[in-house]
Design a protein around this ligand. Structure first.
Ligand SMILES: [Zn+2]
Ligand SMILES: [Zn+2]
Length: 126
């Protein structure tokens, strides 16, 4: 019984969400997951530092910058990931709340209503 309790408390890590998409639904918990990429850069010399995610906090792998010996760093969020940054960047799978899901649906409806107007603009309907 105690084990069951711990199993329920276990948070989904959304491991089956592919990392090459912007966002996708987790097939294990049904949450909408957005892949967010972060880079850690040295505050002194600005080089990229290798990093990891520990309890949801992004940290550099080493205490000191390998280039200048500095300890200060800053976190940069990437709009999209490229091959070069893949070695440095940290991926955080962020759950998009239900309320945002609703606005997504409204958006799709708006796009549909825009289509007749667009046809008018290019002279397809009278
Ligand atoms: Zn999940
Ligand atoms: Zn540095």
């Amino acid at each position: 019984m105690i084990f069951d309790f711990f199993k329920q408390k276990h948070e989904c890590k959304h491991t089956h969400v592919p990392i090459d998409v912007d966002e996708a639904y987790c097939t294990e918990c049904g949450a909408l997951i957005k892949n967010k990429w972060f880079l850690i850069r040295c505050s002194s010399c600005n080089i990229k530092r290798t990093a990891h995610c520990e309890y949801d906090i992004i940290k550099p792998d080493t205490k000191y910058c390998p280039n200048c010996g500095g300890t200060d760093f800053y976190i940069q969020e990437l709009d999209n990931i490229n091959f070069i940054d893949l070695h440095y960047a940290v991926l955080k799978k962020t759950v998009i709340p239900q309320t945002k899901r609703a606005t997504r649906q409204i958006w799709i409806e708006q796009e549909e209503t825009l289509i007749p107007q667009a046809n008018k603009l290019i002279g397809l309907s009278k």
